[in-house]
Write a protein that binds this ligand. Sequence first.
Ligand SMILES: C[S@@+](CC[C@H](N)C(=O)[O-])C[C@H]1O[C@@H](n2cnc3c(N)ncnc32)[C@H](O)[C@@H]1O
Length: 277
Amino acid sequence: MAGAQTRKKKRAARRRPDRHELYEQAVQCPEADIKFFERIYRNHNAGKLPGSLREDFCGTAALAAEWVRKRPTNKALGIDLDGPTLDWGRRRNVEPLGPAAERLTLLQKNVLAVTRPKCDVIAAMNFSYFIFKKREELRDYFRIARRSLAPGGVFILDIFGGSDSQAEEEEEKELDGFNYYWDQDRFDPVTHETLFYIHFLLDDGRWMRKAFTYDWRLWTIPEVREILAEAGFTHTEVYWEGTERSTGEGNGVFLKTSHQSSCPGWIAYIAATMGKS
Ligand SMILES: C[S@@+](CC[C@H](N)C(=O)[O-])C[C@H]1O[C@@H](n2cnc3c(N)ncnc32)[C@H](O)[C@@H]1O
């Protein structure tokens, strides 16, 4: 009996963690994103809090789940094309919410096919809109997002860049129980098309190579702002991350900016509204 239990324990320890579990730990911080969304929405709406969030390209819906968990009146809509990823998110992020889960809807659909219900905040995080490689496709998506905003609504995107983002190199991050690798396998300077991967190395030496693949176009801030304007947004703002003095790394604090000095690697948010320009 004791032997069977030990074997069971060993098997559990050797259980291959799910790639989504590792991704969420390595890449996402829904609490920080939501704090930022609320700050930006309040700035544009005389201090009023947003109530509804649409998470485009939601994947496991970690952000949408945190949104409804955070405030009892919050509602969220998550949209993603991939059924198995949504199912994983339902089990791991939505069901544990209990009754609050009723305020979260997940749709297995193309983001281009949904405009209702209108939401206060629409977010496309972790550069997911880079999937659209043609200007017209990106403009169509931005137009759909604009039509899906409630009055006073804010559309929020993140973006990364700098000379490092165009280098064919790999970045490693040590985390609890595993290492995360961001592998910029290919970057085409003519088209800005990229092929990037995420790999994981578990502490027991097992690899999870190409856990995620990103066949993207690396858009720039001015391009995205121009296309947002073409899609009918009247006002866009860029929020730039501050630097931690001791490490030279980003400090997680994003402030509105019009100009910045060159920097090898950066992440920023872009907020688009129908407010005054
Ligand atoms: C980079 S993941 C983003 C996951 C999560 N939102 C995050 O912030 O980390 C991109 C997701 O977009 C989904 N996707 C790609 N094209 C889509 C489309 N046209 N409509 C809806 N979902 C799409 C994929 O299935 C995938 O789950």
